[in-house]
Design a protein around this ligand. Sequence first.
Ligand SMILES: [Zn+2]
Length: 428
Amino acid sequence: MNRKFTMLLLPVIILLASHTNAFAQQFAEKNKVYAFENGQWFNGEKFVRKTVYVKDGYFVNTKPAVIDTLVNLQNKFIIPPFSESHTHHLEGVGAPPQELIDSYLKDGVFYVKNPNNVRFFTKNIIDQLNQPNSLDASFANGGLTISEGHPMVLFEDQVRPSIEPMTGKTERGWFNGKAYYTINNEKELEDKWQTILADKPDFIKTYLINSEDIGKPSSSSKYKLRAGLDPSLLPLIVAKAHNAGLRVATHVETAYDFRTAIMAGVDELAHMPGFYLFDAAYSSRYQLTEDDAKLAAVKKVFITTTLMSRTLVEDKSLLPIVADTQKKNLLLLKKYGARIAIGSDHSDSPVDEIKAIRELNVFTNTELLKLWCENSAQSIFPKRKIGLLEPGYEASFLVLEGDPVADWNNTAKIISRFKQGYFMKAFR
Ligand SMILES: [Zn+2]
């Protein structure tokens, strides 16, 4: 036995006095060898009481020969960290970087993905990310879309005037090559590809929107439908990206976009169809079929929810239709075991997305925990061993006051945060 009495005492003090500087002090020390006793650990199905060992920042199978810190977890509940699989909030503008980072860590979110950032702004925050004592994030940089499609119109006509206090006077087109790349044909893809890679994206973001309308006369709707890439270009982009070792995420809106993107070989859909509606006549466009859900499951693509976007629907009388479509789509994806990840798109916290999903009554608390802790982390960093509390995985977890399966409110009662072998600082 390598236990020393003082070491027995120290962790207990750390755990109970979570609002002291004890965590921060401990972080400054070298990565220790830990034994965590008396914790109840989530295994994907239930909570299991066991002793867990951590060495060099990873969970290990066997008890290390020397344990230098023993932590008594006092029957608390241990789960993998939460994730935000789709946001534009972590961008490097607005709030100071540390404030942004802390807002996620406070909610227990360790992993974040921004699928369309502007490198010009992201460089303000990037140096403070992806370290054991910080937030980990992946960025796509600008997305690939058609000229005058989404998000070009959004950035040039709505966002651009608002950033002029930072950038000075800009002309329309300022965001070209920053927030988006226009790809209208194969030649443009060839011409721009090296420029896209030069900014070192973590993955490639593409846009398919109402792709069933490409090449057809514009619709009779009084609303101008948004547009994205010509879908025939998507397989070419996927081939180039995969060749460069990069995954491809696609913004999709309709069920047609959904199946077209999957058939093109993309790795992730940044939305689930049915996140928005402006005209009841279009609601059937967003309804997935059994075959769509089966295809998504077979191809193992990640599908990020972004369901809270329904709160942005202007015509509130359409909300029941939107919620009904979302629920049907979720049930289908669940039925076939598609890989669903949690992402809000529009909030500063995925907690709001979780709330929107829970309102649809599709998942049990256990199922939702798996989506938020396991799938979502893996969708952000698919090459890392994260999201499970198992030997070989990065030793990162949250200690909760109570059982989150029995009472979901316990997901917000985070006593402490442990990341890659270190206790993180406490948050009030
Ligand atoms: Zn988005």
